[in-house]
Design a binder for this molecule. Structure first.
Ligand code: ZN
Length: 476
């Protein structure tokens, strides 16, 4: 699988390879924009969506006869709660008034489930029942009317002329399966939309609305009965070949899902070891405060924090890797690679002094003791100069000492990105004064704000520098 992003080159190649559970039983080529081409298709056995049908032979016979006469209506509905989905459908013979019901579990991982998927599953269950029985009993001249209260589910399955089946669609697995069954069959299908939950508004329901209410109740009942019996994968014999990773089916956006699932663990490890200081403590991080602080930011700042706390931003190291710059060296000091952390550490930065001043002012406002203020800023200063051994004087308060020591274990590289130790909250709460104690979120925001200031300063410098523009022109 080809991945455009240049990040991949730095990631161990083992993580890029996709390991399906049944490799190369069915070979297919993924083309651009979700198009695909199936090369070999060797199907051993027929696997359809497993439907739990009502055991009522009389009704079944009646429905099958109705199918050839064109008097059968079918309505499906889905149910979704707590990331578990079910579908249900009702077949109704207008001539005889007989009803036949069926239920189905929505397969896939919990995170794949949605109300839309449950609707698709319900419709696919009807199609499965009809096509398998038409084949089994050699029925001819079959036509059926299908309705469902999910408009987009109906459109995506029946209006194929609107959009081709593509692997970058959501729930392409079930859509391609249903479409393949429709294609192969000789059945004349007609689909229509029905409004759901009409029983809550009026008592005068059309037959479609009545059937929808039955299907809705059935799906809910089946949900309660089957609760969380997940079926993670299903090797359906029709439609796009099932792709599963570690026993879990890929349901939506094939290429993206595979990349995400296979890259994530190695990717994370890579960031841990390469992008930040090695062998650091990863416990005691105040991630809760970080999340709260993040949520309060405006969108622009959120975007900035996301990029910079991962180190992947428009710094020269990355611009160089993205082939937009000839050199990864910092343009200001011309002696270090310009990483996200170098923005903090570049000795040409003039903004740093005002940042330290504003931090001191902030700490004083909340009555932080002077020795603590000094220890805090001094630690930042020595981190910036790459001095690792910091001696803590006896005058420093106990909470501050604990926090500084713990933060040293986590690393100040991480601190600069907002990963603070949980012990900072004790420090902040320990300052007595007439004001409320500042929250850990405020501390994190202070740090992010400083980082953003330094970034602004760097950009101001870069954009004023004509030499850079010249370099960029040369690269092009
Ligand atoms: Zn520099």
């Amino acid at each position: 699988m080809y991945n455009k992003h240049s990040l991949v080159r730095k990631i161990p190649s083992s993580s890029i390879r996709c390991s399906g559970d049944q490799p190369s039983i069915q070979k297919f080529r993924l083309l651009s924009k979700g198009n695909y081409q199936i090369h070999t298709q060797t199907i051993k056995s027929k696997t359809f969506l497993p439907i739990e049908m009502e055991t009522n032979e009389e009704a079944k016979k009646d429905i099958l006869i109705g199918l050839t006469k064109g008097t059968v209506l079918a309505v499906s509905d889905g149910s979704l709660k707590s990331s578990f989905g079910t579908g249900a459908f009702v077949l109704y013979n207008q001539e005889t008034g007989k009803i036949l019901r069926g239920c189905v579990i929505s397969y896939g991982r919990p995170s794949d489930q949605s109300a839309y998927r449950s609707e698709l599953i319900g419709l696919s269950a009807i199609i499965t029942f009809i096509t398998t029985n038409v084949d089994k009993h050699n029925l001819t001249n079959v036509n059926i009317q299908i309705a469902c209260d999910g408009k987009s589910a109906l459109e995506n399955i029946f209006d194929e002329w609107k959009s081709k089946t593509k692997t970058n669609m959501k729930h392409y697995d079930i859509i391609s399966y249903a479409r393949a069954l429709i294609h192969k069959s000789q059945v004349k299908w007609s689909a229509r939309h029905v409004y759901g939950h009409r029983d809550a508004i009026t008592t005068e329901l059309t037959i479609w609305e009545k059937l929808n209410v039955i299907a809705d109740e059935l799906a809910t009942k089946f949900w309660i009965q089957q609760k969380f019996r997940y079926q993670n994968t299903l090797n359906l014999s029709d439609g796009f070949p099932t792709v599963s990773q570690q026993g879990e089916a890929v349901c939506s956006k094939l290429r993206k899902t595979i990349q995400q699932r296979s890259n994530f663990s190695d990717w994370y490890k890579w960031w841990e070891t390469k992008q930040t200081e090695k062998g650091r403590q990863s416990t005691n991080l105040d991630l809760r405060s970080m999340k709260l602080a993040f949520l309060k930011l405006n969108d622009a700042m959120k975007r900035w924090v996301m990029k910079h706390s991962h180190g992947t931003c428009g710094v020269n190291v990355w611009l160089h890797r993205w082939k937009q710059l000839a050199s990864p060296i910092c343009e200001r000091c011309e002696c270090h690679d310009e990483t996200a952390l170098h923005i903090w550490k570049c000795e040409k930065s003039k903004e740093w002094h005002s940042i330290i001043n504003s931090w001191e002012g902030w700490l004083r406002r909340y009555n932080c003791p002077e020795p603590d203020i000094e220890a805090y800023t001094a630690t930042w200063q020595s981190w910036r100069r790459n001095v690792t051994s910091i001696r803590l004087s006896n005058e420093i308060s106990v909470p501050m000492r604990i926090a500084l020591t713990d933060q040293n274990k986590i690393g100040w590289d991480k601190m600069a990105f907002g990963y603070i130790s949980i012990h900072w909250s004790t420090v902040l709460a320990s300052w007595r004064g007439n004001k409320y104690a500042p929250s850990p979120q405020q501390l994190i925001k202070q740090i992010w704000k400083a980082g953003h200031k330094l970034w602004d300063e760097r950009n101001g410098w870069i954009h004023n520098d004509t030499r850079i523009k010249q370099i960029k022109r040369e690269v092009r």
